[in-house]
Design a binder for this molecule. Structure first.
Ligand code: DQA
Length: 149
């Protein structure tokens, strides 16, 4: 089983960036935990962060043929702006779960709309770094489900 975790813009600053909103855990700590957690469940997990829309699109497109079976993504601010990144997900047709550290519906109105949620298998909001672990577990449960080819 192979899972890809994608992090969008400014998430490289986790731990420093608005800790009252996003928590004190760094991106490196999140990634290390997810790799170890997936390994305990017998799965390979890779992570990728970029501040650049096109680079994220290229990574999603590469996932179509590199063995990735499921994507977990926090698109950061691209959540609310990027038709192009949404189209990449529609194009590769890989299942994905959308994660946000904060509950975007409790925040400014411009954060309430996501270009990804209607394509996602599921959406996890407002649970901080724990949300990624929940998403990875849900992805692995789906991949392990007997009806999954
Ligand atoms: C975020 C929410 C977005 O609105 C914001 O632009 C981010 C982080 C979250 O994880 O809560 O960069 O995706």
């Amino acid at each position: 089983m192979q899972i890809l975790v994608l992090h969008g813009p400014n998430l490289n600053l986790l731990g420093i960036r608005e800790p009252q909103v996003y928590g004190a855990t760094t991106l490196e700590q999140i990634n290390t935990d997810l790799v170890a957690h997936a390994a305990r469940r017998g799965a390979a997990l890779s992570t990728f962060q970029s501040n650049h829309e096109g680079v994220l699109i290229d990574r999603v497109q590469a996932a179509r043929t590199d063995g990735t079976q499921f994507i977990v993504i926090n698109p950061g601010a691209f959540t609310h702006t990027s038709v192009a990144l949404r189209d990449a997900f529609a194009g590769v047709a890989l299942p994905f779960i959308e994660v946000h550290l904060s509950n975007i519906h409790r925040r400014e109105p411009f954060r309430h709309h996501s270009y990804f949620s209607d394509l996602a298998e599921g959406v996890i909001l407002g649970l901080g770094a724990a949300g990624y672990r929940l998403a990875v577990d849900a992805a692995l449960d789906r991949l392990n489900a007997p009806q999954n080819p």
